[in-house]
Design a protein around this ligand. Structure first.
Ligand code: 13P
Ligand code: SF4
Length: 308
């Protein structure tokens, strides 16, 4: 068995030999974030994937993120070091679901969250992330019905911010849906001066907003920007646990308290230094998208990347 220092050295060597870039989501393990070339939210990662000149993209994230990189880069090798790294939210919606939904609302515009499969994106008009969903929906003409999928809690946030009625799919992320308002209040009692950083995928965000109406919700990258700009010195981080590490690295001198140790995405944590190293060595875990699907999924993704 190699020790961690040897694995890091092997990753460095293989990264150079393969002309590879390692892109990591904010929910990745601390040691994975530390070796990545870029760490960010879904929007930032998609933008990095769109502009890289590397030959190989190692995606330290989940399957839909690697698929998005593959859609943007048909001629590059995109690797997901553990192919089981899925997403409970993406699993709530199939391409056939979208086709049936559109058939029932033929004049509707389909807006899907980036947390969807390539097949689903191929059926969509627009793709959004938590970082630009409000901007994209508010730019749509007032009269068109908007079919928003699959996250019902992000949809509630978008409806509130844009003042629009949305037709909403009944999906949620198992990690964010399980965060309870009691988890937040327990941390607020322990840290009364801490500011709340809440992700719009959280099921409890509507109830928190009833109590604190001027509270803003943030994508994971939005949390970094807010923590830097805020006069607060401590924050309760209401999203997946990995975010705390990113915030601690980016905003030194401030304190970040995870809302609950249970807010952990088992899919994100499947990526390790070991499987990144193996994947770079063997070019294993290649993610590809069939060309007819890729071509149709590209336009909604390009729209997503261009806005926000
Ligand atoms: P963002 O990083 O885009 O805010 O998304 C959160 C998430 O759940 C990704 O799976
Ligand atoms: Fe999917 Fe939720 Fe994990 Fe993000 S945190 S990858 S939405 S299951």
């Amino acid at each position: 068995l190699l020790d961690e220092a040897e694995i890091r050295r092997d990753i460095e060597r293989l990264r150079r030999e393969r002309n590879a870039v390692i892109l990591a989501h904010n929910y990745q393990r601390p040691e994975v974030q530390q070796i990545a070339d870029f760490v960010g939210d879904s929007l930032g990662l998609a933008r990095q994937a769109a502009c890289t000149d590397a030959d190989v993209i190692v995606f330290a994230g989940v399957h839909f993120m690697a698929e998005t990189a593959a859609i943007l880069n048909p001629d590059k090798t995109v690797l997901l070091p553990d192919e089981r790294a899925g997403c409970s939210l993406a699993d709530t919606l199939t391409a056939q679901d979208v086709r049936d939904w559109k058939a029932a609302h033929p004049d509707g515009v389909v807006v899907v969250y980036v947390n969807t499969t390539a097949d689903v994106k191929a059926e969509a008009d627009y793709c959004v992330t938590s970082g630009n969903a409000v901007q994209i929906v508010s730019a749509l003409p007032d009269h068109v019905p908007v079919l928003f999928a699959p996250d019902k809690f992000l949809a509630a946030h978008v409806a509130r911010e844009t003042g629009r009625m949305l037709d909403v799919w009944d999906g949620a992320c198992h990690v964010h849906a399980a965060i309870r308002i009691e988890d937040i209040t327990a941390q607020q009692e322990a840290h009364p001066d801490a500011e709340l950083l809440i992700h719009p995928e959280c099921g409890c965000s509507t109830r928190v907003l009833q109590q604190v109406p001027d509270l803003r919700l943030y994508s994971t990258e939005g949390m970094v920007t807010r923590a830097r700009a805020s006069s607060a010195s401590s924050f309760i981080v209401v999203t997946e646990l990995g975010m705390v590490h990113r915030l601690e690295r980016e905003v030194p001198g401030k304190t970040f308290v995870p809302v609950a140790q249970t807010a952990c995405c088992n899919y994100m944590k499947m990526i390790t230094l070991e499987n990144i190293c193996e994947s770079l060595r063997d070019l294993s875990g290649q993610v590809t998208v069939p060309e007819p699907i890729r071509r149709r999924a590209l336009l909604p993704i390009e729209r997503m990347i261009a806005i926000g």
